[in-house]
Write a protein that binds this ligand. Structure first.
Ligand code: SER
Length: 635
């Protein structure tokens, strides 16, 4: 079976089960700036999982383009990828565990569909979590047992962290593994049940814990059924949702791998044509062990880059553009290791376009080739400049003296190290984007040419120290978001929350006391804020509000919290929605001289923690008598 056939079969199967087939959403999420890319099929469907009505009904299925960069350093092993397709079926408050599991089983094992061998299928189920107050998923265990019974297998349950026994089929796992979501910080989530396939059945019975068998690559995860019954709130608790959903995700790449009897996603028709092209361009063989990793990285990264560019992103130094830039540059660097010194990424992209162009029409655009070509040119310039700088550094007569002295010592393997080499290497990396590994190679080459050994470990250590220090200094949202960065997003959200208080106070000062908050939505990137006001704001008014907020930011003003009764708060002049019912006690956050407001928090302790300049980026009508502002605090 080819990957194209698998994709088709999946959609056909769920069409038969009365699912509407929906197109893949963009890899750039439309309404969720807390994440850079669409990381799972459920991501674009969050509003519907939360209860909004989907125009095509309660049963949906599709194949979604996904980008995940959290595992970027693992790309090159047998299964990690930055771009992948997720086949998914959803129930929006319609069917639940029974149908989801029965259909998963039918699609996997029925010879009309995938015809996988049931004896090679293993399942994981949520073991429960006392802290989150969610119990073990006994319903799923029961339903899975029934499926195995249909084919005469008695499925044993393997408890959390225990080694597999002879009849173990269903493994209980904790929250880390078997509780999915939310995709951002808050939102729909729930226990999940994952399906694994034994790719090396000839090894006999399973030995060890489930985790060990996944790490040894014997069990390959292919499908995840998530039972989304909870909403994680910003306070961190799990609330049962009115609507019980199913979100499943079957990895196309992994499933086609096991279908083709392989252990490795790169040995399938989703990668081999790309790898052949790389062989052709480099004149090297994929079969040679040392070429495998670089070729896999290039294949994965350029494929991801093609899809990211197709959805409107261009290389840059921030956020999505930065991820794209890194993917392209990492690929070029791997090309360099394979001895490809001419531009090649556009050639690879053409293969990707041929492979996927009929399914994802947006990638057939020539603009993609042009952007890759430009970025590759830029990076090659960077490389040239970097090499020049290293050459100059090494040719500095002063360094040469030190160098020769060390080299001349009558040691067997004199160790060569310039104390400021790490400064140079870090500077090249930081300001020019010149890869650390290339600097290292150059210094090593030079050391070898004059017969001394080079202290690689020390350079790496000193480089890492500098990097760490730098990262601590500039933990910007964008840099943080590359690795998931939820902690950073949270921090920034808190800052923006306090800024929103200042903004409301500013609006009241500039526009008048009729201004009250009508709604707000804050995330790590921006404030969205609705307030009562009949007219469009003038430029002067916006500027005055900005000045009000920025003055408070410059003031290093303390943010003071006090608890009191709602009446006391009103008397104290705190802004609040008094028409709402408050509890017996409320929290009042005050920024003396600037703002006083009833609020649950959290807030920064001092306005100096709010990094950047406050700016209103948009002011528009939201509904009758209500205006909407979008604002940021940024450099
Ligand atoms: N959201 C789940 C996952 O990504 C299932 O689609 O694994």
């Amino acid at each position: 079976m080819t990957a194209n056939e698998l994709r088709k079969k999946y959609l056909e199967f769920f069409k038969e089960k009365e699912h509407a087939i929906i197109p893949s959403a963009s890899v750039v999420p439309e309404n969720d700036p807390t994440v850079l890319f669409t990381t799972a099929g459920m991501h674009p469907l969050v509003p519907y999982l939360m209860g909004e009505k989907h125009p095509l009904g309660k049963r949906l299925a599709n194949s979604q383009k996904c980008i995940r960069t959290g595992d970027i350093d693992d790309v090159g092993d047998n299964r990690h990828l930055t771009f992948f397709e997720m086949l998914g079926n959803w129930s929006l408050g319609d069917y639940f565990k029974r149908e989801a599991i029965e259909w998963s089983w039918e699609f996997m094992t029925d010879s009309k569909w995938l015809g996988l061998d049931p004896k090679r299928i293993y399942i994981t189920v949520f073991a429960g979590d006392g802290e989150a107050g969610i119990s073990r998923d006994d319903d799923s265990i029961g339903i899975w047992k029934e499926q195995y019974e249909k084919v005469g297998i008695e499925a044993g349950v393997c408890e959390l962290d225990r080694k597999a026994e002879k009849n173990s089929r269903i493994f209980l796992l904790g929250k880390e593994d078997n509780f999915w979501g939310p995709a951002g910080e808050t939102g729909p989530c729930g226990p999940c049940s994952e399906m694994f396939y034994d790719v090396r059945p000839d090894e006999g019975e399973l030995i060890g814990t489930h985790d060990e068998m996944v790490k040894s690559f014997r069990l390959m995860e292919i499908w995840n059924d998530v039972f989304m019954e909870f909403n994680k709130t910003s306070a961190g608790s799990y609330e049962k949702m009115a609507q019980q959903n199913v979100d499943t995700g079957m990895g196309l790449e992994r499933t086609i791998t096991v279908m083709s009897g392989k252990e490795n996603v790169f040995d399938t028709d989703l990668f081999l044509p790309i790898i052949q092209k790389i062989e052709e361009l480099s004149g090297k063989k994929y079969a040679d062990e040392e070429n495998k990793k670089p070729m896999r990285i290039i294949a994965d990264h350029i494929k991801a880059a093609v899809f990211i560019i197709a959805d409107g992103v261009e290389p840059s130094n921030v956020q999505r553009g930065y991820v794209l830039r890194r993917l392209i540059r990492r690929a070029v660097r791997q090309g360099h290791l394979l001895g490809i010194n001419e531009n090649f990424t556009a050639e690879i992209a053409k293969v990707v376009q041929r492979m996927y162009g009929e399914i994802y029409l947006e990638i057939a655009d020539d603009k993609i080739l042009r952007i890759l070509e430009e970025e590759e040119n830029k990076f090659r310039k960077t490389l040239e400049n970097g090499l020049d700088k290293i050459e100059k550094y090494l040719n500095n007569p002063e360094k040469n003296i030190i160098f020769r002295k060390v080299g001349d010592q009558a040691q067997e393997a004199p160790v060569f190290f310039y104390s400021d080499a790490a400064d140079l290497v870090f500077d090249l990396y930081q300001t020019n984007g010149f890869p650390f590994e290339m600097s290292l190679e150059e210094l090593k080459k030079r050391a070898i040419s004059i017969g001394v050994s080079f202290d690689e470990g020390r350079l790496k250590k000193e480089f890492d120290e500098r990097l760490e220090k730098h990262q601590e200094l500039s933990r910007t949202a964008s840099a943080g978001m590359f690795k998931g960065g939820l902690a950073d997003a949270k921090e920034k959200t808190t800052q923006l929350h306090t800024a929103a208080h200042l903004m409301l106070a500013g609006l009241r000062k500039v526009l008048g006391d009729h201004i009250h908050q009508k709604g707000s939505n804050i995330n790590g990137e921006r404030i969205r804020f609705d307030f009562s006001h009949p007219d469009k704001m003038t430029e002067e008014q916006k500027k005055a509000v900005e000045e009000y907020v920025n003055a408070a930011l410059k003031e290093n003003a303390e943010v003071i919290m006090e608890e009191m009764t709602p009446d006391e708060a009103r008397e104290a002049g705190a802004e609040g929605a008094f028409e709402h019912k408050y509890g017996d006690m409320v929290k009042v956050y005050e920024i003396p001289g600037f703002s006083k407001e009833i609020c649950g928090g959290p807030h920064v302790k001092n306005t100096s923690e709010i990094k950047g300049v406050f700016r209103i980026t948009k002011e528009e009508s939201s509904s009758a008598g209500v205006r909407r502002i979008k604002a940021v605090v940024a450099e």
